[in-house]
Design a protein. Structure first.
Length: 460
């Protein structure tokens, strides 16, 4: 069994498959897990309240939400149950709120409340003037975008999955009961294949002889504001969505910053994750309206992610039983939230295609480093420091990342092999100074790999 693509969706599928007695390989073209769209999104844990009812996306979100919410607690993924306020700024938008509440109920989300203007400004005192009312969606929240793909892949590997990075699938030959997968790291034979290649899922689908959708990346640019802005906003502030986009939102992050974005712009280039002056300007204009004081705060970073948009509004998940092949494409704006639901569904489809599923009795549980701000981080945990002095030795001062966290990330089951890999595993380099102060030290630790301590001893 081979899963192509170790983004949040492919990694979730590999994790699900690792619950059974199967020989699974998870492959990715990149040098780490979760390096493409899965690391550059808005990190909202969606309930699916605004999905089109009856769609696969709606079903997957509904299925995924409770699973991901409890999985996050079980393995240490940072989540905050902030709730979201969907704010109406015009009479026209205000008039659509009852219909949105009915749509939410059709999607199984029934705990929405209508919020009158006065209460809205009590809930969000810094909201810009002119809001007419809102819907409160208590289940919407914020989640760490980096840990889920790493957690899924780590659990899969802990339970026997082989992870092959730097393995780009370049061709497929079909030989009887086996698919011969040609990759940049050699060949692999698979009886069953799952295509979770994100922005390239259509290209992989074509290797299996299908032409069902074409990915046209939809770029979303975002601005990350400094942690001093965190007190300005309590909920995720959503706009009324349109047909093409969920629109520009303001949201706190689990790291303690505030996000403004994303834009929505169709591109031809599947790799263009650059930010643009036009995009950022449009965000600033919208942000000024939503939360005026946000614009007085410092910008920590900007980034862009690419949604795997296609000509279809819904997810494209197809099984070809004869081919023993499942295609998971067009997972556009909600794949982080829907990942565990998609994984469960894909395994059901594979079972329907003849895959024999015998549960493993010897499962290994995992625990991930917690990157949020709600529970104490190692540097603030006296007991941990007493057990491991490196927890009290700070390397990245902006994000208060200790030597212990960096050391552990370098020798983890799926170890960090790049500065970005360390950033996603520990939070280092992504704070106020963006690595200005700690980059050299972090780079030295990375170069020393597992012997991080030696370097620091040498320094002192
Ligand atoms: C701006 C923006 C905001 C978003 N906000 C949210 C949000 O708030 N909440 C939410 O739930 N979702 C959100 N999303 C959507 C979510 O990020 C995506 O749906 C999800 O990350 C898709 O995951 P994936 O695994 O399908 O794709 P990816 O993360 O792109 O992974 C696909 C993997 O396949 C690999 N690959 C491709 N081709 C090959 C090949 N030939 N051989 C081997 N490997 C290959 C790639 O290297 C990549 O690692 C947002 C997306 C964007 C862009």
């Amino acid at each position: 069994m081979v899963v192509i693509g170790a983004g949040v969706v492919g990694a979730a599928i590999a994790r699900e498959l690792s619950e059974y007695q199967l020989d699974v390989a998870l492959i990715d073209a990149a040098d780490d897990v979760g390096t493409r769209t899965s690391k550059a999104n808005t990190a909202i844990l969606h309930t699916g309240f605004d999905a089109a009812p009856g769609t696969l996306e709606s079903r997957m979100l509904r299925r995924s939400y409770p699973r991901l919410r409890s999985y996050a607690d079980a393995v240490g993924i940072a989540v905050e149950d902030t709730g979201a306020l969907l704010v109406a700024w015009t009479e026209e938008q205000f008039a659509t709120l009852p219909a949105l509440a009915r749509k939410a109920a059709e999607n199984g989300v029934t705990d929405l409340h209508a919020i009158a203007v006065r209460e809205l400004y009590e809930l969000e005192p810094e909201l810009g003037p002119g809001a007419l009312g809102a819907l409160l969606i208590p289940g919407e929240g914020i989640i760490c975008p980096y840990t889920p793909p790493l957690a899924f892949a780590t659990e899969a590997v802990a339970n026997g999955t082989t992870l092959r990075l730097r393995s780009s699938l370049t061709g497929v030959e079909h030989r009887g009961a086996l698919h011969e997968l040609v990759t940049t790291s050699g060949e692999l034979a698979a009886r069953y294949v799952v295509n979770a290649a994100g922005l390239r899922a259509d290209l992989v689908d074509a290797m299996f002889g299908h032409c069902r959708f074409t990915v046209r990346p939809r770029r979303g640019e975002l601005i990350v504001y400094d942690k001093l802005a965190r007190g300005l906003v309590r909920h995720v502030l959503l706009p009324v969505p349109t047909k093409t986009t969920k629109g520009v939102l303001v949201a706190p992050t689990v790291f303690g910053n505030v996000l403004l974005g994303p834009t929505a712009e169709d591109l031809d280039d599947r790799d263009d994750r650059s930010t643009t002056e036009t995009g950022l300007r449009s965000l600033v204009d919208k942000g000024r309206h939503i939360l005026p004081r946000l614009l007085d705060e410092e910008v920590t970073a900007t980034y862009a992610g690419l949604r795997a948009a296609t000509e279809h509004a819904d997810y494209q998940i197809h099984v070809d039983a004869e081919q023993r092949y499942v295609c998971v494409g067009s997972i556009r704006s909600t794949g982080l939230s829907a990942s565990m639901g998609i994984a469960e569904y894909v395994v059901e489809l594979l079972a329907g295609a003849g895959l024999v599923l015998d549960r493993r009795s010897d499962r290994v549980a995992i625990r991930m480093p917690y990157l949020g701000q709600v529970a104490p981080r190692p540097h603030a945990d006296a007991e941990r420091i007493a057990r491991d002095a490196d927890c009290g030795r700070i390397v990245c001062h902006c994000e208060r990342v200790s030597l212990a966290e960096i050391r552990d990330a370098l020798v983890a089951r799926i170890p960090a092999r790049s500065l970005d890999g360390l950033r996603r595993r520990t939070g280092c380099l992504q704070g106020r100074c963006q690595g200005f102060y700690c980059l050299a030290r972090v780079a030295m630790l990375l170069a020393a790999g597992g012997s991080a301590e030696r370097i620091l001893d040498g320094e002192s």
